[in-house]
Design a protein around this ligand. Structure first.
Ligand code: BG6
Length: 309
């Protein structure tokens, strides 16, 4: 019934459809001339983004739980209004409540045959006030073209300023962790969350152990070069001066109920964040937008061989 109403109000024939699946959750399926995508209304979580003729750019665990009060393990969970542990109350949910909330649909739009947009909304309520005592209107704008653009906008609709940390906690689909390097974070200082020490490296990041780092003062782009899938994923961002890199590796993967034991080999998180010291204060009526633009770097065409010579 809910799906019927959503399709009536916001569906776009042949392009955007709402489907409630056996797990009871409602998903948005998008197909246009450049890509396909799947988004969960629970958590406003982009779960799949597949440019034409490509394997998925995003990764979702085969062990993910699809149930209330559990975050879906994969895609782009929204960590909001706090990233990681709550700053003062350790009994509160890690990474906030946005990824555990049902979002509503604000608008959908077929911009052109290559571009489709949906805007989802989460607004303060009696329920959210118990978890975080501030009035807000938060929207997630997802634009599907040959790029995936995700914009998380927080508006302060109350009378007092508030402070947030947040993340577009992106899980990327990779061929094999041994065939991947992250470029763009060289020479940036990071806080190693496993040792609590600050460090810097001057080489692209290769991962061969558990990694959980917050790169501080990082406003630039990152590239995930994957020699196995012969592709490079580019992550451009705005409204963010920190970046988190995470891979749980063997032991932590085994400890997580919603993560396959070997899945650390085929995923990698490079997260566009406002984390640690990168906190954002928003005054009444003002807003802040955290944006990630995820795309594949165009492969250079090989020069054609001239057989006449
Ligand atoms: C990362 C954090 O962003 O998210 C890690 O840096 C954390 O410390 C990871 O383990 C996953 O968090 P969760 O709550 O989804 O298991």
């Amino acid at each position: 019934m809910i799906t019927e109403l959503l399709n009536k109000g916001f569906g776009i024939p042949h392009t955007l459809t709402f489907i409630t699946e056996l797990d009871g959750m409602t998903y948005v399926y998008i197909t246009n001339n450049s890509a396909t995508a799947k988004i969960s209304l629970y958590g406003a979580q982009v779960l799949s983004f597949r440019p034409r003729h490509q394997e998925d750019i995003l990764w979702v665990s085969s062990k993910s739980l699809y149930k209330q009060n559990k975050a879906i393990r994969g895609g782009i969970p929204l960590c909001w209004p706090w990233f990681g542990a709550h700053p003062t109350d350790s009994t509160k949910q890690s990474h906030g409540f946005a990824r555990l909330s049902e979002w509503s649909v604000l608008t959908t739009e077929a911009v052109d045959e290559e571009t489709t947009r949906i805007i989802l909304k989460l607004q303060s309520s009696d329920e959210t006030m118990k978890m975080w005592p501030h009035k807000f209107i938060t929207t997630l704008t997802v634009t599907i073209s040959n790029k995936l653009t995700v914009e998380l906008t927080t508006n302060n609709s109350g009378n007092e300023p508030f402070t947030i940390t947040s993340a577009l906690h992106s899980y990327f689909n990779i061929s094999d962790i041994s065939k991947v390097a992250i470029h763009g974070l060289e020479n940036s200082t990071f806080l190693d969350s496993l040792t609590n020490k600050e460090q810097t490296e001057n080489e692209p990041i290769k991962i061969n152990q558990e990694v959980d780092r917050i790169y501080l003062d990082h406003t630039g782009n990152c590239e995930i070069k994957d020699t196995g899938l012969e592709r490079t994923i580019q992550i451009d961002k705005q409204g963010s001066s920190s970046t988190v890199v995470w891979n749980p590796w063997i032991d932590k993967a085994k400890r997580m109920a919603d993560f396959g034991d070997d899945e650390y080999q085929t995923m990698l998180c490079v997260e566009t964040t406002n984390a640690h010291t990168d906190t954002i204060e928003i005054t009444p009526d003002k807003d802040h937008t955290l944006t990630a633009v995820i795309s594949l770097v165009e492969q250079k065409q090989r020069p054609k061989l001239d057989h006449t010579k």
